[in-house]
Structure formats: structure tokens, C-alpha cells
Design a protein around this ligand. Sequence first.
Ligand code: AMP
Length: 231
Amino acid sequence: MKKFCLILFGPPGSGKGTQAKLLRQHLNWPHISTGDMLREHVQAQDELGREIADIMQAGLLVPDELVNRLVEERIARPDCENGFILDGYPRTVPQAKMVLNLLDRKGFGPVVAYLKVDYNKVVARLTGRRLCPQCGALYSLASNAPTISQICDYDGARLIVRDDDREEVIRARLEAYERQTMPVIEYFREASVALYEIDADGSPNAVRARICMVIPACRKEVAPAAGLGLQ
Ligand code: AMP
């Protein structure tokens, strides 16, 4: 049987991280977030972390070679053998080229879930987003607030605002998305990659059900009424 991997694609704040965390449990596939991997290096203040800290603070994209290398190394690990979820990667056409090539060599068919959401909602979601620095749980002040204000439900840690979720940085991230990431959609279409537009408005579980409908490994488990925008 052909092996699949899921690429979660969409602007910052479209819910890629939230969906990846839900789907990881569902599919039993590892969640590979380039944003998380890069933040770990920044936190560790290692050589790579020092090189990219300012770029990330400014909401700009880290150079392709660095991200490509991290992803290639991560996908080579044994836990990725049966499938994996890419979140926030690829984000440029050169990254897309490299990953399609790599997946082809490894015998994986990519399925792209393109999470579509209104831009105003994206800004509201990002400014209201809170992160647990300990376990990585994500909260939204509007739709998924912690039980006790500012405290993680799972481990009691004090929640933080990501450095790049400040309004001026959000603008730079959206600009980078439009300029460098949007062209990847066209590239995927030209390469005949299986790409599905998913309405990313709604509760996390409703969106998860829509994504499940396009993944061969879990399609049969969800109701057909999930509301797909197949292309
Ligand atoms: P994210 O957590 O996916 O929103 O990513 C946070 C930041 O990490 C981005 O604003 C970029 O600075 C950097 N980053 C994450 N993924 C990539 C990527 N695929 N290519 C370049 N930079 C990335």
C-alpha cells in the first residue's frame, strides 16, 4: 500500500499547529513543526539558534538550506516510516521542490490540506493565542481559554505569548506568507500534488473531521457530512 504524509499548509494562525496536535493522536504519525524545531534551537542558544533568533523575532523566514536540512534529518528517523505530519513546511518554492523530491525518493505520496481562513480572523487568532512553554499546548482566549486564567490545564505552567505573536510582527509574517509561501500553492498544482482546500473556520474538531476526509488512512472513520472543498 502507498504511504502518505500530510502537509498542513496555510497562513500563520490558520490552525496548523492545533490540527497537527489533534491529528497526531488520531493517525499515530509524528508531528514535524519546523517552527517548533527552530524555536528549540533559539531557546537552547546553540549555533543555529543564535543565527536565526533575529530573523524569527522579525517574523521573516529562515534560509531554505537550514530548514531543508532539519526536515531531511527529521524525516530520516524511524518513527516517520509509516507517515508523518508536516506543519509549517514547505514555506517557499525551493523548499517545496526539495521536499517533493525527497518524498518521491522515500515512496511517500503527499496530501496537502490547505487551511483557508479569513485574514481578519487570523490576526484576531494570533493576538489571542497563548502557549504553554512546558508542554506546548495551545490556547485561544476567544475559543479555547484555559480553565484558570493564564495557567496551563495540563501541567500548571504559566502561559506565554510567543514573541512573534505581537501585532507588528504578525504583519511581517503575513507579508512573508503572501510573498514567499502563497506561490507554493501554484507549484503544488503544477506538480499535480493532491491538494485540498479546507474551510478552517469552526471548532478544532470540526476542522479536524474535514481534514480526515482527505487522508486515506482515516477517511472512512468520519461522517461524509464534514463539509469538504475538494479540488
Ligand atoms: P511557525 O511556528 O510555523 O509560525 O513558525 C515560526 C517562525 O519560524 C516563522 O515566522 C519563521 O521565522 C520560522 N519558520 C518556521 N518554518 C519555516 C520554514 N519552513 N521556512 C522558513 N522559516 C520557517
